[in-house]
Design a protein around this ligand. Structure first.
Ligand code: ZN
Length: 149
């Protein structure tokens, strides 16, 4: 059938990491390249939602968001059994720039980094898992990934 697209499934081991990042289409290829080529993680479980791990910080403001978010993380920790969790935030995040989620829209970089640190600590304490956080900074036409926390 000409309309079907087929690729071999191959054999897979348990993914070694769970990655949580934003769903912003401008950054997907960069996130994947960073995780695969720089961090050396070939296969990973993924949660990609607007704002990345921000949904895990909304305990007071949007508790149902937060509850669902932590349930997703727990589910993937239980079934995928990752050895570590990788959190990636990024510059110019449209979710963070939305007025509903940021009191000072000019300071979204600082807010994103603050949230990455908080979620990193939350993941480590809830699941006794190692977590790494990175911020993807835009710099002169380049995306520069920096470790956070
Ligand atoms: Zn974003």
């Amino acid at each position: 059938m000409a309309n079907n697209y087929q690729v071999p499934f191959g054999s897979h081991q348990q993914p070694e990491s769970l990655v949580i990042h934003c769903s912003d289409g401008r950054f997907q290829a960069h996130f994947r390249r960073f995780v695969v080529e720089h961090l050396g993680v070939e296969e990973y479980a993924l949660i990609a939602v607007p704002g990345g791990c921000h949904f895990l910080t909304l305990l007071d403001y949007l508790p149902k968001f937060s509850w669902v978010g932590w349930r997703w993380v727990k589910f993937l920790v239980d079934v995928a059994k990752p050895k570590k969790v990788i959190l990636i935030g990024h510059d110019d995040c449209l979710w963070y720039k939305d007025f509903r989620f940021s009191l000072d829209r000019h300071d979204t970089r600082e807010k994103t980094i603050h949230d990455l640190k908080g979620v990193k600590a939350g993941v480590e304490s809830r699941f006794q898992l190692r977590a790494e956080a990175y911020f993807a900074r835009l710099d002169g036409g380049q995306v520069v990934f920096e470790a956070v926390g």
